[in-house]
Design a protein. Structure first.
Length: 189
């Protein structure tokens, strides 16, 4: 009998290499497809898959076994891919001179994004949030989301529609969540 993902995560967090290997087996192919779409290069995608799993293994103490493993893993992979892209991309002198964003501004942007996702997580049912996260943050197409969530493409479309509709309605009634929950500038000294 196959173990549930939550059981595998809990066992991996407790130190089971077999459980982590099962998680790798479960998520390696979708992670490769995701990274291949981001990089357009099979060798880079392979390298990033391996690096993502190494980083995930080292950070297992931070994973919440009650939450799906894939969004956490794909966030690690996305961040690694972005770092790789930035490291390889030549920066033009003009870009260096005219980048007016300060570290505080970049921190505020990152914090605003985190606040929006926290707001969405509190506002939406879990399945709607997961579908929206996979579509927006992980840039998956509907078929990949359906496969990941073990639902039909039509069900995913409905979940996304309802999630967007609910967020729009709550936004209309309560206002901008970043403004409501505060900005990072108010918290920093």
């Amino acid at each position: 009998m196959a173990l549930s993902e939550a059981t595998l995560i809990a066992q991996a967090c407790a130190g089971s290499e077999e459980a982590f290997a099962a998680l790798v087996e479960l998520h390696a192919a979708p992670l490769y497809r995701f990274l291949y779409r981001r990089t357009g290069n099979a060798a880079d995608a392979d390298d990033l898959v391996q690096r993502s799993f190494v980083r995930a293994y080292r950070a297992l103490h931070r994973v919440d076994p009650r939450r799906p493993f894939a969004p956490w893993l794909f966030t690690i992979a996305r961040n690694l891919a972005a770092s790789e892209y930035r490291a390889r991309r030549p920066v033009l002198e003009a870009e260096r001179e005219f980048d007016e964003r300060t570290p505080l501004h970049m921190l505020e942007e990152r914090e605003a994004g985190r606040l929006l996702w926290d707001w969405a997580r509190r506002t939406l049912p879990e399945n709607q949030f997961t579908a929206l996260w996979l579509r927006v943050e992980e840039d998956l197409d509907l078929a990949a989301i359906a496969e990941r969530m073990q639902k039909s493409v039509s069900s995913v479309k409905v979940l996304l529609h309802r999630a967007r509709k609910r967020l729009a309605a709550v936004y209309e009634n309560s206002g901008d969540p970043v403004t409501v929950f505060g900005s990072v500038a108010e918290v920093l000294p």
